[in-house]
Design a protein around this ligand. Structure first.
Ligand SMILES: [Zn+2]
Length: 326
């Protein structure tokens, strides 16, 4: 999960992430921790959509108006992590007519929703598998286009909304339709640790944090700083990472072997491997990167095979060994 989040931090266009697994394993804590690590972002002062003053063409209409008489004033804000609660209505998600203004002053104004708040950050949905399909569809559409378009109740508003969609859930409580699964970039499984020493370490750190949060954060500050630096450098160098033909061939062979539908699998392998190479400081993607990203990029794209009881992650690992050699 950490690797998948780091990939998204370096390349937010990876297409969101699914995190399946047990409750109480720190899934949402991990997302929040990563967002807190990221460098603060410059935001246009008073913009309700969190525009980047450097965004040029993708500024919201209000900021374009503001920018007309000179430079845009800005301030630094932390990267947002917005929770999308299960019962959220479409209005609350995409935004809606500001009823108070409409009723008291007869004015038609737009009240931004959760998508506006998540711009340039993370949108976290716990139990995404229980969310109505049409909402998941809508979220994936906006995440892919980077823009929220609202045309109803006499309103016509569009504003930038680029975010990393993170959906978590327990597959035993309901499954996502394959059409939705395939539109997520990466997927990981988080299990309750079974190794005694790991459990003890988790409990110890959590307990330390709860009793002395300031000391705890202080002790981890340097390591956090190193991670932050790695992400920042990877963002700077990712455009320069090349993907050799040999890599493309291996990626395509792997997808053919696994029988994934369409080409989203290969495309995600390329993007994810490029981000991992950038994180490692490599100039080009190689077989090691492919091995590292194959399971998170492909496991949710496999067709069910009633004759194969192995978990999807295991099937991908096996295919890698068969295609690339073990
Ligand atoms: Zn704006």
């Amino acid at each position: 999960m950490k690797l998948a989040l780091m990939i998204a931090a370096v390349d937010p266009g990876i297409g969101g992430e699914l995190v399946f697994g047990d409750r109480g394993t720190g899934k949402s804590t991990t997302v929040r921790a990563l967002a807190a690590l990221l460098p603060k972002m410059r935001v246009v002062k008073a913009c309700r959509y969190g525009c980047d003053p450097q965004a040029g063409d993708s500024l919201c209409d209000e900021c374009r108006e503001r920018g007309r008489d000179g430079t845009l004033k800005s301030r630094m804000l932390p990267v947002p992590v917005v929770d999308l609660p299960l019962g959220a209505t479409e209005d609350r998600v995409v935004g809606a007519l500001d009823l108070e203004l409409a009723l008291t002053q007869g004015e038609k104004a737009f009240e931004p929703g959760l998508l506006a708040r998540a711009h340039r950050g993370f949108l976290y949905i716990d139990e995404v598998n229980l969310l109505e399909d049409h909402l998941v569809d809508l979220l994936l559409d906006v995440a892919a286009s980077g823009e929220n378009v609202v045309e109803r109740e006499g309103l016509s508003v569009r504003h930038p909304a680029r975010f990393v969609l993170i959906g978590s859930g327990n597959p035993e409580e309901g499954e996502l339709r394959p059409q939705l699964l395939d539109r997520f970039g990466l997927s990981v499984e988080v299990r309750t640790p079974e190794i005694l020493a790991d459990r003890i370490e988790v409990i110890r750190r959590r307990d330390e944090y709860e009793r002395h949060p300031v000391d705890f954060v202080g002790r981890w500050k340097r390591r956090d700083g190193r991670l932050r630096g790695r992400i920042r450098r990877a963002r700077e160098r990712i455009d320069g990472v090349s993907v050799p033909d040999e890599f493309l061939e291996q990626a395509a062979r792997l997808c053919i072997h696994l029988g994934t539908d369409g080409l989203r699998g290969e495309l995600t392998l390329v993007r994810a491997a490029r981000a991992v190479a950038a994180l490692e400081g490599a100039d080009e993607t190689g077989e090691a990167h492919l091995r590292e990203v194959a399971a998170p990029a492909l496991r949710h794209r496999l067709r069910r095979n009633p004759l194969d009881e192995a978990g999807s992650g295991v099937r991908v690992e096996r295919a890698i060994d068969e295609v690339l050699g073990s």
